[in-house]
Write a protein that binds this ligand. Structure first.
Ligand code: SF4
Length: 173
């Protein structure tokens, strides 16, 4: 198999333009790992956490959990100056722009640079660091709820994967 085009690394440094957090509709899918970290960071009661921050998105095989958006399409966690949960931000956000579909080919990478001014600037991100981000996306997949299970009906321990078995069961059903 050929080495990926990024085997010598890629240049990226976030320009903090917030284009990937605001203005456009999109989905930030959450794993149980993300949910646990965000819940702890939020300091909200569990039901308030679910009702304020979460929504479900039909992805064809079930309903994935995503962050909500404000009416202007800003991420629900955007506070006017940046991410209000930056230290606990989801894996999807922390690994951007090193997503499989973005680094499949040089053309994909160049196309993404039209939306992200951080691409192509700053220090070199090594192949090892890029590989680590790809691994994290695979290691923490979005939690998918079966169609016959309402988000509102899932108890705290199950949604947050505290029992392990329960959240795995949600994904496997
Ligand atoms: S679009 Fe790129 S440069 Fe702008 S905030 Fe997102 S990652 Fe940073």
């Amino acid at each position: 198999m050929d080495a990926p085009f990024w085997s010598d690394g890629l240049y990226f440094e976030c320009a903090r333009c917030s284009a990937c957090c605001r203005h456009e509709p999109g989905f930030v899918f959450l794993s149980t790992f993300d949910l646990r970290r965000l819940f702890t960071h939020s300091a909200l009661a569990f039901r308030e956490f679910v009702d304020t921050l979460l929504r479900t998105v039909d992805i064809g095989t079930g309903n994935a959990i995503s962050l909500r958006e404000k009416s202007n399409n800003d991420c629900i966690l955007w506070n006017g100056n940046g991410c209000s949960a930056y230290e606990a931000r989801p894996v999807q956000c922390a690994t951007y722009p090193f997503w499989q579909g973005v680094i499949d080919t040089p053309e994909d990478w160049n196309r993404e640079s039209l939306d992200c001014p951080g691409i192509g600037r700053g220090p070199l991100v090594t192949a090892e660091a890029i590989g680590d981000r790809l691994w994290r996306r695979r290691a923490y997949p979005p939690l998918i709820i079966p169609y016959d299970v309402a988000l509102e009906s899932i108890d705290e321990d199950t949604l947050l994967g505290r029992s392990g078995i329960a959240s795995d069961t949600l994904n496997a059903r």
